[in-house]
Design a protein around this ligand. Structure first.
Ligand code: ADP
Ligand code: MG
Length: 300
């Protein structure tokens, strides 16, 4: 019984004042989680082992009595059976596992020119209205196929302003980030408008490469950007070509249908180029399947 005395006085537990080892032993063994563990392994646990393991059992018992120990916050004790003693180990609580996953998911999802609040959108928050049913079904199908094979076609969510396209894609992005995939979710119009910020330090080629190489790329609001010939042919087309060559999933949202988007691509600031537009659209069509999302405008 020596170890228990030591343990108690070391911890300065109130029980230390009126210690009666036999009584403590009885209390510890009466703790439901302890007795459950012992009966689950009853053919392997002897009385002698219990005596030898009393300090571990007592620590476990104390934890059950007072779960709010700041040192072990986020962890819970677990009894384990060693060759001839019972031992205690600490495992993350489910909420801690969940929390750690969310922290790493945050790192996996890179938002470019989009509000950081999109980090917190979950697919489960997306209300499934009849107008969104197809998109949500396709996303579910994508996720299940993607977990088996990363070379999957993405989706092109087309629909008017405010129906929830960005919100749905944010839910998807976070689910993928939770699966430990590196996701880039970018607002294409702002990204195109801000391209010149890369000129000074010549960082554009690297940025284009990072965007091209991520596991899943999501381009939000394609069609609302102001393209120059250069940004269409040297930036957007390059990214899409690379996604196609490597068969990496790419998603889009747009206020345009695919057919209308082709018209938008024809016209750049100082030229009309149907051939280039058709080639660009060909890439979009190869990368993604069009799904219409409709419904009321949710923006106030
Ligand atoms: P879109 O990208 O189609 O223009 P958004 O995704 O930006 O539309 O949605 C418009 C607004 O409605 C946003 O403020 C968004 O947070 C909100 N919203 C969209 N879908 C939902 C939903 N299922 N639950 C709560 N808010 C939503
Ligand atoms: Mg949007």
């Amino acid at each position: 019984m020596e170890p228990i005395n030591k343990f108690i006085s070391a911890k300065n537990h109130p029980a230390a004042k009126k210690i009666d080892p036999a009584q403590i032993r009885q209390q510890v063994l009466a703790e439901p989680a302890v007795s459950q563990f012992i009966s689950a392994h009853q053919n392997k646990i002897t009385d002698e082992m219990i005596d030898k393991s009393m300090s571990a059992l007592f620590e476990f018992y104390l934890f059950q009595q007072n779960k709010k120990d700041p040192v072990t916050q986020g962890f819970k004790p677990k009894l384990i059976l060693n060759t001839n003693a019972i031992d205690i180990t600490y495992v993350p609580e489910d909420s801690k596992i969940e929390h750690d996953r969310e922290v790493s998911a945050r790192k996996n999802l890179r938002l470019i020119d989009l509000p950081t609040s999109l980090h917190d959108v979950k697919l489960s928050q997306v209300e499934i209205t009849p107008e969104r049913k197809q998109a949500m079904a396709d996303i579910g199908q994508f996720l299940s196929a993607y977990s088996k094979n990363i070379h999957q076609k993405g989706l092109f969510l087309s629909g008017s302003f405010g129906v929830g396209k960005t919100f749905i894609l944010a839910g998807l992005a976070n689910s993928l980030a939770m699966m430990n995939k590196r996701v880039v979710f970018m607002h294409l119009p702002n990204f195109i408008a801000g391209l010149s910020s890369h000129f000074n330090d010549n960082s554009l080629p690297e940025e284009v490469q990072r965007i091209s190489n991520c596991d899943v790329l999501i381009l939000d609001d394609i069609g609302a950007e102001n393209l120059s010939q250069w940004s269409r042919d040297e930036v957007l087309a390059v990214i899409l070509q690379s996604r196609m060559d490597n068969q990496l999933p790419t998603f889009f949202s747009s206020n345009f249908s695919m057919n209308d988007l082709e018209e938008h691509f024809k016209e750049t600031k100082n030229a009309i180029d149907p051939v280039k537009a058709a080639r660009l659209m060909e890439r979009v069509r190869t990368l993604a399947k069009e799904v219409v999302v409709s419904g009321p405008n949710r923006r106030r």
